[in-house]
Design a protein around this ligand. Sequence first.
Ligand code: DHB
Ligand code: MG
Length: 627
Amino acid sequence: MRRSIATVSLSGTLEEKLHAAAAAGFDGVEIFENDLVASPLPPREIRALADDLGLGIDLYQPFRDFEGVDDDLLEANLRRAEAKFALMLELGVDTLLVCSTTAQAASGDDARAAAHLHRLAETAAPYGVRIAYEALAWGRHVNDYQHSWRIVADADHPSLGVCLDSFHILSRRSDPAGIGDIPGEKIFYLQLADAPYMAMDLLQWSRHYRCFPGQGGFDLTAFTRHVLAAGYTGPLSLEVFNDVFRAADPHRTAADALRSLSVLEDALSREHQPGVTAGPQRPAVTLTRLPEPAHPAGYAFVEVAARPSTATWVRTVLAGLGFAHTRDHRSKPVELWAHGHTRILLSSTDPRLGHTWSDDTAVTALGVEVADPDRAAQRAEHLLAPALPRRRDPAETRLNAVAAPDGTALFFCPAPTDREETWLADFTAAPVHTPTHGGATPLTGIDHVGLFQPFDHFDEAALFYRSVLGLAPAESLELAAPDGLVRSRALTGPGGGPRIALSVSVLGRGAQADAAGGAQHIALACDDIFAAAQALREGGLAPLTIPDNYYADLAARTDLPPALRERMRADGVLYDRAGSGEFFHFYTPLLDSRLFFEVVQRTGGYDGYGAANTPVRMAAHRAEHTQ
Ligand SMILES: O=C(O)c1ccc(O)c(O)c1
Ligand SMILES: [Mg+2]
């Protein structure tokens, strides 16, 4: 399908917005009037620029407060509209969005609104312009799409149709099934926006918090399905008013935007597999399908980079938990630490080029095991993931790698063969086997990786990891950390697989954006939390101390036996419970303000992350930091 984006969704000048939309691969744009009015370019040059960039101008918008006025004002409004029609001829755009009036003075008489819109369409027709009438969720009299359609149907003019905007419809919780009653050719335009559910004024919600499909709480797949089933064949157009996007790099935003539409089209295309007769009516448009998601089985490895002082520390943690330094990379200063099939790579140099989030200690790469690494890389490429060039010896294994928005490298590793993982061939046996303190440590794998995100790119990163790896997002949580609010969202494969916990500072500043709370972490799974804590201690490092107040509260709100609680207190073990599932976990101190490890034990199908304990952890890390 044709893909468009409203200029209001991107930052910069109109020219910059057009360049960014074209670079990401959009077919067209909606020009938002403010962008045009503020532009020094004459309309013909804007058209020429769009042409040169291969962009169509699919919509001009918005035209406000037109209908339901008194007769004098109607004539003035028609003159105002004619000036826009002339402008649209110069721009080469044939559809004008007219949003339902918000004016106090407008009448709520539907017949009058229909008559006015008929006159507007009649005036537009000689210019070759069509009018798309949109019900704003906060429209004075018309705020529901079915109401706007009734008026358009009554007005009965071939140059008049409706514009459907998912935000206005879904924010009011209107049932999108009624879209099926609108003939497809009368849906002149479709605007898509998602948003997190919020209990707030509709206008404020719309103007500040819209996001791209898949980044909020609305079901845009179901919504779009209704519009396609009605027979709509026009563009899928993103109209996203968002405070962050208004200030972010428009090229990144445009790529994020296009990715969201690719994922949406892919999801819709999968509902129409050949041979499947049940289900929604086959749409009259071609939906682009992506290569299958990778559905990784788990982590092949996680790589951390650390400067020499911190690397010593990381080695202490790993050795304490029973890892052994078994191999070294053939051509790079990277150590492989293994505990059974659980592998951590420790890179002691500067991380790979292009890592922008941190040039110090950080989680720099995730290796995930996939059945078909080439296909996984193809899907990532369709989703505009930059492929990472790798400097390597010709003899080394070719691994597909892409860069995630936060700079983390994502490696697609083939599933292990009977003998061993092929990528391990790039490592030689290490000359020195570090003696392990905790050879019997009951670690069972990597439970999750926690990646703190730069403020501007949280939703982008969540959509990226979700769509590239086929992970499902859990609900978004807000945690009150000592230095400000932190938002967190976990992603997990539908049938298990790697878990990723993303978090971000809600205000994009405060100590947690770059210090204690902002650290990355690796959580290791085990089946005996106390044995793991003891092994770490014996290796020379005590788990992070958790305040006694936490355990007093735990005593008040749970029935955990006192002896167990005392053991937990001694080892800094925190607790959570959901249904019959339980979660025990402890943390290491912070390394370099940037990295820590966590060890977790899940029982009874517990599926969370102990989020309620995160502020306690952050305070403890902070306390240790400021000692
Ligand atoms: O917020 C607004 O005013 C506004 C304008 C035009 C639109 O298409 C819209 O959805 C909202
Ligand atoms: Mg709109």
